[in-house]
Design a protein around this ligand. Structure first.
Ligand code: BG6
Length: 472
């Protein structure tokens, strides 16, 4: 079966600053939360690899850009490393060396015919702000972030037309303060709420700033809403899915797209004694400054059922009070990552956005397959024969294209990732790239089979897919 990819539908690839850059040229006091986590708990990072060298993008970005050009890539998303961009937050001093690096990367991309898309934060919260202000607990950090955004827009607005305030703003505090499974392991649900709220507010304030300056281009946010599937149609299982959706999806989607939190959110907060500090003026700002578009990262479905056990009210509140994760028997798995593979996810997500979020323009900003021990698939010439990745992308993209045919306002698909890169904790265990990175000193790069396949897709704009059950 053949599917035609619309002419203006973006086919790109993504990455982030901290997962590629490495620490070359990093100055004292420029650690991010990820750097500090790595320094504090190196032993939890697979084989001890982490952000220190990463792919050495700081020095080798031109090699990557050359490869992008070689495969005719048209769009590339990455982030600016907030923790390296500023030297002094209180005085608003920029690190001119790092700022020049960003200029150089943007120039190289543009010269190669690759449109840059930039995210202001992909988990790169400066450690200084975490230590001195308790990170996003403080309103002051919202102000620092807006000041940082203003400086970034001023310098690069003529080179970049697609901006994102955050990548997956819910993640750090969920792992650190809600689940307490990551450094600094502090369970504090109200802090989780406060961080979420301040990131929503920060997005609204940055949207307001962007518009007030009249910059050309669009500003959005990359979210990772999870497509929630209830185990059954029973009211109990359905309620579990609704609550999951409320706490992990609507908590960002509603204020960012509709301009307000849903009534049920306030009601549950009251019932459960969840508190965070806000003022009416901020809620007005959120109402008036919704995003132009969304980036949506999608990897796996979330399946839930009604909880089987009574909640212990002595335990700190966790949304798990209302759901239990459900593993579908017989599901297809990516065993390297432990994630279910369910390509129809992209169609369902597209319909969810169409129906519940006014069909706002959006694009897949991440989707891809991390695979362990990829060297086993290398042919004699050293090219990784990653047919499983080609299959994964093809099936997911086919469902997305079907959604577009049915009126979804999806503008593109960005693969995670352009090159293999460092993952939080999993380091280089699972490889995601179209480009393989050897972990030698040179960080040698080679195109995988999927890169040639992606190039053909970009050139011909035809997706050939087996006519199997998954796409019927
Ligand atoms: C996304 C993140 O959620 O998932 C990326 O934005 C991340 O930063 C990607 O690398 C894949 O997940 P992981 O944990 O396998 O790296």
């Amino acid at each position: 079966m053949q599917l035609t990819i619309p002419k203006d539908f973006i086919l790109g690839a993504a990455s982030s600053a901290w997962q590629t850059e490495g620490w070359k040229g990093k100055k004292e006091g420029q650690d991010s939360y990820l750097d500090s986590w790595y320094k504090n708990e190196k032993f939890v990072w697979h084989n001890g690899y982490g952000p220190a060298v990463a792919t050495n993008f700081m020095e080798q970005y031109q090699d990557d850009v050359d490869m992008m050009q070689k495969i005719h890539l048209t769009h590339y998303r990455t982030s600016i490393n907030w923790s390296r961009f500023m030297i002094d937050y209180e005085k608003g001093v920029v690190d001119e060396d790092y700022a020049q690096h960003i200029d150089d990367v943007l120039d190289a991309l543009i010269a190669a015919g690759v449109e840059p898309m930039l995210c202001l934060e992909h988990y790169e919260l400066p450690t200084f702000l975490l230590e001195k202000y308790d990170g996003w607990s403080s309103r002051k950090v919202v102000d620092f972030y807006v000041q940082y955004a203003a400086e970034v827009f001023k310098r690069y607005h003529h080179k970049v037309k697609y901006w994102f305030t955050f990548n997956e703003p819910i993640v750090i505090q969920t792992r650190c303060y809600l689940d307490a499974i990551r450094w600094p392991h502090e369970q504090n649900t109200n802090k989780w709420m406060q961080w979420n709220y301040h990131k929503v507010l920060a997005t609204a304030k940055v949207v307001e700033l962007f518009k007030s300056k009249g910059y050309e281009g669009q500003i959005g946010c990359v979210l990772n809403p999870e497509m929630v599937y209830a185990r059954s149609s029973s009211p109990e299982d359905q309620k579990a899915a609704e609550m999951y959706d409320l706490f992990f999806n609507r908590i960002y989607l509603d204020p960012l797209v509709h301009g307000s939190y849903p009534e049920v959110f306030w009601k549950v907060c009251k019932e459960e004694g969840l508190e965070f500090t806000y003022i009416q003026e901020d809620l007005d700002c959120i109402a008036q400054n919704t995003v132009d578009f969304l980036g949506i990262n999608q990897y796996y479905p979330k399946r839930v059922r009604a909880p089987r056990y009574q909640w212990n009210n002595q335990a700190p509140f966790h949304p798990e009070k209302f759901y239990e994760t459900f593993d579908l028997p017989g599901r297809q798995m990516n065993n390297s990552r432990g994630w279910e593979i369910y390509p129809k996810l992209l169609f369902d997500m597209a319909m969810y956005i169409k129906e519940r979020y006014n069909n706002i323009p959006w694009l897949i900003t991440e989707n891809g397959m991390g695979r362990e021990n990829e060297e086993q698939f290398m042919d004699a010439s050293g090219v990784v024969q990653d047919d499983y990745r080609i299959d994964f992308i093809g099936k997911h993209l086919s469902w997305l294209l079907r959604a577009v045919e049915q009126g979804a306002n999806c503008k593109g698909y960005m693969l995670w990732a352009f090159t293999d890169c460092v993952s939080p904790m999993n380091a280089f265990k699972n490889r995601y790239g179209l480009v393989r990175i050897e972990l030698n000193q040179e960080r040698t790069r080679t195109l995988k089979k999927s890169a040639a396949w992606y190039q053909q897709l970009i050139d011909q704009r035809i997706l050939e897919i087996e006519d199997d059950e998954a796409v019927k």
